[in-house]
Design a protein around this ligand. Structure first.
Ligand SMILES: Nc1ncnc2c1ncn2[C@@H]1O[C@H](COP(=O)(O)OP(=O)(O)OP(=O)(O)O)[C@@H](O)[C@H]1O
Length: 490
């Protein structure tokens, strides 16, 4: 365990780092964060003996680090500083070998078989084996950084002090190196204290972080500290947005450039609607903030093209996403900018409604088939699925919604659909009760993000009511079209 107690120091009488106290547990990965000039490197130098301490203590398992001689320190602590200059013309292998110096015995300090094995292993995991006979001076910045990390790791330290260990590394090597460090942390209980500039990297790898601001350490805690938008604005002077990582319970930060993106002036002026026997589609010149469960383009995205494709009633594919992506491609819609869904209902029968309600422009497209109508509240022992029967709803509006409001908008659209199915007396064929939807319904909400930002889009708001009204009207009409087509073809 490292204990820093009331540590102060700097380059003159005026301390740069003042009264810093911190405990880093054994086997912990601690990230020291802070803007340029906040004193991170100064604190690092004070901890590693690179600068004389004015006041305070640095203890490793209770022993004063500052009282250890260089050899004693090297047996416990390895340091990777930003300094990559090496005075002599050493090869990579010779540099790495220096890391074992404190452990070599005898007058001639020969490498033991263990030293050699360890060096091979570490050079391999830091991907420097291929440069082993190359002069260190001949390497690129990132290669040098990996060699110096290899030198630090062969010390088999209890504690690794790292000053910006990935600043010269490309994205692959950054993750490779941090994965190696994480593995050593977990398998060997290595304690890591790292200065990091990339807050997203820190959020992914650190167990705890601390923010250094004008020489004072603040906000020590889990990486959720980085979700504190106001604190980051105060310390770094930038606006950040915290987003959840898609697969890890850790935040990731997005930055807002000061220049605003251009947005469409009006929903209707910027969209093109196409309808034929293959698809009904809506395209916008500028992307819309979108939430959807489309076969392609699902989730929350920025999307320009929305297509609902017709499929045969016997369509049965193992690769529906691939199929939809191919159809988007055939239409000239880039897959990354599109939401694609499918229906066995004729797309010429899609109901398209445009209206301005309470000053908000709406465009709604609905295709409705009810062969798979289901009462979701009815307890069933089997999930039935016929061929034709999906209600696909596309809602576009001139509104500026938060992610929570997008969820609200989905609820508003779903409530309106249920009401339409009830008023249209659509029944679940298995339970005989009124249906609440079909088993494969798709929904997309797309908003221009113009105007005042709102966190609500439910029935207590004009946007929510507008969605409800438009979806209800379009669904009722689409159900009527579907019924008359069925009657004509039965
Ligand atoms: N050798 C030095 N002599 C005098 N002042 C120094 C020296 N090195 C750094 N400083 C000053 O100490 C303050 C903190 O610098 P330090 O290098 O610790 O910041 P940092 O947080 O590591 O910054 P960066 O993110 O830019 O690396 C700065 O104001 C800097 O000008």
């Amino acid at each position: 365990m490292i204990e820093i107690e009331n540590l102060s120091g700097g380059y003159s009488r005026v301390p740069v780092v003042e009264n810093v106290s911190l405990h880093v547990e054994a086997g912990e990965f601690f990230g020291l964060l802070g803007p340029n000039g906040s004193g991170k490197t100064t604190l690092f130098k004070l901890m590693s003996g690179g600068l004389p301490v004015m006041d305070g203590k640095v203890l490793l398992n209770g022993d004063s680090v500052l009282d250890m001689n260089q050899m004693q320190r090297a047996r416990h602590i390895a340091v990777l500083s930003q300094e990559t200059n090496v005075s002599f013309d050493f090869t990579v292998e010779e540099i790495v070998q220096l890391g074992r110096y404190a452990f070599q015995k005898g007058i001639f300090k020969a490498l033991s078989p263990y030293d050699k094995k360890l060096m091979e292993e570490v050079m391999e995991i830091t991907s420097v084996t291929k440069y082993r006979h190359t002069s260190f001076h001949m390497l690129s910045g990132g290669e040098k950084q990996r060699v110096l990390l290899a030198k630090a790791l062969v010390q088999e330290p209890e504690v690794l002090l790292l000053d910006e260990p990935t600043n010269h590394l490309d994205i692959k090597h950054t993750f490779d190196i941090l994965d190696v460090l994480k593995k050593w942390q977990e398998e060997r209980s290595l304690t890591i204290f790292a200065i990091l500039h990339d807050l997203n990297i820190a959020a992914l790898y650190c167990d705890r972080v601390g923010l250094l601001h004008e020489g004072t350490l603040t906000n020590i805690g889990s990486v959720d500290v980085l979700r504190n938008k106001n604190k980051l604005a105060e310390i770094y002077g930038v606006e950040t947005w915290s987003q959840p990582h898609p697969t890890l319970a850790r935040p990731q930060l997005l930055m807002n450039p000061r220049k605003k993106e251009e947005r469409p002036v009006s929903l209707f002026d910027n969209c093109t609607v196409e309808q034929d026997e293959k698809a009904v589609s809506v395209s916008f010149q500028q992307p819309l903030r979108t939430i959807s469960n489309g076969v392609a383009g699902e989730g929350i995205q920025w999307i320009k093209h929305f297509a609902n494709f017709h499929v045969d009633k016997n369509y049965d594919s193992w690769t529906p996403k691939n199929d939809v992506e191919n159809w988007l491609d055939e239409k000239g819609f880039p897959v990354e900018q599109s939401v694609g869904m499918m229906t066995a209902v004729k797309t010429e029968h899609a109901v398209i409604k445009r209206e301005v309600l309470n000053g908000i422009a709406f465009l709604v497209v609905v295709t409705a088939g009810t062969g798979n109508a289901v009462d979701i509240t009815h307890r069933e022992t089997e999930i039935h699925r016929e061929k034709i029967g999906t209600i696909n709803t596309l809602v576009f509006a001139d509104a500026h919604l938060t992610d929570g409001a997008l969820v609200n908008a989905c609820m508003s659209a779903a409530e309106a659909k249920v009401k339409a199915l009830h008023d249209g007396e659509v029944k679940d064929p298995l339970s005989g009760s009124l249906a609440t939807g079909t088993s494969t319904d798709s929904l997309v909400i797309g908003v221009t993000q113009q105007g005042e930002r709102t966190s609500y889009a439910g029935s207590g708001t004009f946007i929510g009511r507008g969605i409800g009204y438009m979806v209800y009207e379009a669904t009722m009409e689409a159900l009527a079209v579907y019924r008359s087509w069925k009657e004509a073809h039965s």
